[in-house]
Design a protein around this ligand. Structure first.
Ligand code: ME8
Length: 503
């Protein structure tokens, strides 16, 4: 099977922060999971460069928009590389390969009959490059719901897309294919807003500056940055080698840009007669130490802070924290020092680290470092139940659910150590077979956990496998998750703590 996952393409008016890192890391986890399952994966991220605010911030920094975009696009690329993100491509909307395709799609749109030249007046949110409908503008007291700055009354001559004609098609889409927009709550919000009525939308801007992709055949206009940006998902794979990846399996985004992805993008594709993506998944927001992150508060969890977490706790601990405690569902989530510390100590060091460490140490101590013969299958049923919950979660981007199931199993395995008390069994040779069985079960739990944490904590997973003596590359996922795969006689490697305690 093929699996095509995307992140938003990020604005290059500034450097990346935890929000960008989060969505990209979640997409990375999905990509790694599907690769593990043997799927042919295409994982795309990139940068959205033709925004007016890029022109403004470039000017503030005494650079051309292209220079400024180059510098920040590079910061995104370096950040993702440093964080071990396994994207297969990085698209920039200022690249010729994208521009050519965007112009081609625009030319196609102009021919559909769904586009006309008209005049538009409305409330414009400059930060978001977005017009708000009258009722929304009023509701937000004529201020941007995102950055609080006053909305601007603007009038423009533009090419318009007849979005108003697509209400029924969209409502039908959301009803026939509920998985198209997830989580459910978000789908319902989108459907309600569609029912309030759809206005035609501008898809071009008359350029005040030269920064943008020209509308083919009408040099006075550039393609509206949002339309230009949405095209990236298609332009990146619109070539003979990659065409089979379309439609995308999931566009992973946050709730701030759901409307563009759940309403505007599918109607563009309908007009272009292209297949629709399978799913748009909109997660919620990180806040920081209990407060919304904003420029004015200067409280972004920024690159410096991210680097510090990686240095202090390790990249995998950060990935775990993001996946397990992040805003994947419908609730915002708080990124705080105290919370991170607690999670590191309670979940990583005390639960997983402890299980792996005591298991290997006991095999070392009581069996000379050699995994003994199995005797009973005391943990098999729990393991199998956990694996199925894990797979269900991973299949629908419920990473929290998958990790919860996995960590319940870690806890259960630790309990099993207490219940069977190997240190007591070891005192009497009459218990040899029983002790063998207990140690085998624990070693097998450890192996299974190492397989299943791989998409989340690839380095830690490999460390566990090396310590257990099974460091070779993971094979077929469905075989790896079968209970009892660990060969008795496996020689345990050098043991070292996975998550050194932090105070
Ligand atoms: O909107 N918590 O780019 P952008 C979680 N270029 N995720 C967050 C976040 C937070 N506090 N803040 C940002 C754009 N994000 C457009 C997209 S797509 C065709 C064009 C993440 O740089 C989240 O994924 O403002 C959000 O949707 C995205 O960054 C917005 O990035």
């Amino acid at each position: 099977m093929k699996f095509y996952v995307t992140t938003p393409i990020y604005y290059v008016n500034d450097r990346p922060h935890i929000g960008h890192v989060y969505t990209t890391t979640m997409a990375d986890i999905a990509a790694r999971f599907h690769r593990l399952c043997g799927d042919e994966v295409f994982f795309l991220t990139g940068t959205d460069e033709h925004a007016a605010k890029v022109v403004d911030s470039a000017a503030e920094h005494g650079m051309t928009p292209q220079q400024w975009a180059d510098q920040n696009a590079q910061a995104f690329q370096e950040t993702f590389a440093k964080l071990g993100i396994t994207n297969d491509d990085f698209i920039r909307t200022s690249q010729p390969r994208h521009k050519e395709k965007a112009q081609q799609y625009m030319a196609e749109l102009l021919k559909t009959g769904d586009v006309y030249l008209g005049e538009y007046e409305g409330w414009y949110d400059a930060g978001q490059e977005e017009y708000l409908p009258e009722n929304k503008a009023k509701e937000y007291e004529f201020k941007s719901p995102i950055n609080g700055k006053p909305l601007v009354r603007k009038r423009e001559k533009n090419y318009f897309f007849r979005l108003s004609q697509y209400s029924d098609a969209l409502l039908k889409l959301l009803e026939d294919r509920p998985e198209f927009v997830q989580p459910d709550v978000r789908r319902k919000e989108v459907a309600n807003r569609i029912r309030e009525g759809l206005n035609d939308i501008p898809i071009s801007r008359t350029s005040e500056h030269n920064w943008g992709i020209r509308v083919p055949g009408d040099e006075a206009h550039v393609i509206y940055v949002w339309i230009d940006a949405l095209f990236n998902y298609l332009s990146a794979v619109d070539n003979p080698e990659r065409r089979h990846f379309w439609p995308a399996d999931v566009h992973l985004i946050a709730k701030d840009i759901l409307w563009f992805h759940a309403v505007i993008w599918p109607t563009m594709l309908m007009a272009l007669k292209r297949e629709l993506p399978r799913q748009v998944y909109a997660h919620s927001f990180w806040i920081s130490e209990g407060q919304k992150m904003s420029k004015s508060l200067g409280n972004f969890v920024d690159l410096e802070k991210i680097d510090r977490y990686v240095a202090d706790f390790g990249l995998d601990a950060l990935r775990y924290f993001l996946a397990r405690h992040g805003p994947l569902g419908i609730n915002d989530s708080d990124f705080s020092d105290a919370r991170f510390n607690d999670v590191y100590n309670a979940e990583l060091a005390d639960k997983m680290g402890n299980l792996v460490n005591r298991t290997l140490t006991m095999i070392q101590r009581y069996r000379n470092g050699v995994v003994p013969q199995p005797n009973d299958e005391a943990l098999r049923a729990v393991a199998e139940k956990m694996v199925s919950a894990y797979r269900e979660g991973m299949g629908c981007l419920d990473f929290v659910g998958a990790l919860e199931a996995l960590w319940d199993f870690v806890v259960r395995s630790n309990q099993y150590v207490e219940e069977t008390a190997p240190w007591k069994l070891a005192k009497d040779p009459a218990n040899t077979r029983q002790l063998d069985g207990v140690l085998y079960n624990l070693a097998e739990s450890t192996r299974l956990i190492s397989v299943l944490v791989t998409p989340f904590m690839p380095t830690i997973a490999q460390q566990v496998r090396t310590q257990l003596g099974v460091a070779d590359k993971l094979q077929v996922f469905t075989d790896e998750i079968a209970w009892g795969r660990l060969a008795p006689g496996t020689k345990v490697g050098q043991i070292a703590p996975l998550f050194p305690k932090r105070t």
